[in-house]
Write a protein that binds this ligand. Structure first.
Ligand SMILES: Cc1cc2nc3c(=O)[nH]c(=O)nc-3n(C[C@H](O)[C@H](O)[C@H](O)COP(=O)(O)O)c2cc1C
Length: 225
């Protein structure tokens, strides 16, 4: 498929058909994804594709713990904002039922039933963080991991397979590693749900315009066409 179309139409997909994704589709996707850039070309990324129902059920149970807390807060904040906007609780309920946070909750409640959960792992000793001595959260190590993860999502998109990148389960890294027999030297970087989407891929995602996120030479000079 067209690269630009793929980049612009790859949402966090919340609804999946139950059909399994064939192993050869995963193989082709990883085969294409592995060409992403990595610091020093040390190639720290590993993928574990989980389709076993009992393992997915356990992952789903752990996922719901941080998700429930997040959802409670996010949905009440959204309801307050919507009611303030419309002044009408009934209208708020109608909008909320279609909101992305409610869809994300349905996605969470069905986590065990989605066809696959791909655990993206990274050997942190093979990442190349150059910012660990700065007085802030280190971010550079992730740059050896997430380009390949995004490549995987795009490669699956090319096969008609939808994905949702999640990170809440990283809180349960020790338990997840034990459950799935992940080698000691690997950290869990993301859990990517994958499957065929229930509805067609969207044509438009909500994102900031170019002028708000890119600048020429100085931050008071937005990049314009
Ligand atoms: C680093 C990262 C972590 C995320 N973690 C979660 C998560 O734990 N659970 C979830 O439902 N979605 C998660 N998402 C998906 C985001 O909510 C989603 O990408 C965002 O809302 C944009 O959605 P859209 O692409 O459908 O417009 C995550 C996305 C990223 C990039």
């Amino acid at each position: 498929m067209d690269l630009i179309e793929a980049m612009r139409s790859q949402p966090a997909n919340r609804f999946y058909k139950p059909d399994p994704v064939p192993t050869e589709v995963f193989h082709r996707a990883v085969d294409n994804a592995r060409f992403g850039p990595q610091g020093g070309n040390r190639q720290p990324v590993r993928f574990l594709i989980v389709t076993d129902p009992a393992k997915k059920a356990q992952l789903a149970e752990w996922y719901m713990i941080p998700w429930s807390a997040y959802y409670e807060q996010a949905s009440s904040e959204e309801a307050v904002a919507l009611t303030a906007e419309s002044g009408d609780e009934k209208a708020t309920k109608a909008v909320m039922s279609k909101s992305s946070v409610v869809a994300a909750n349905t996605f969470a409640e069905n986590l065990a039933n989605h066809p696959a959960i791909i655990v993206a792992c990274a050997d942190l000793a093979e990442t190349h963080p150059t910012d660990t001595d700065l007085d802030r959260l280190s971010i550079v190590g992730g740059a050896s991991v997430y380009p390949v993860v995004q490549n995987l999502c795009l490669a699956l998109r090319n096969e008609g397979v939808a994905t949702t990148l999640t990170t809440l389960l990283c809180l349960f890294e020790p338990q997840v590693k034990e459950l799935l027999g992940i080698p000691d030297e690997l950290a869990t970087a993301a859990h990517i749900v994958a499957g065929y989407p229930e509805k067609p891929f969207p044509t438009k995602l909500t994102r900031h315009p170019v002028e708000e996120i890119a600048f020429m030479d100085s931050f008071d000079n937005p990049l314009t066409a």
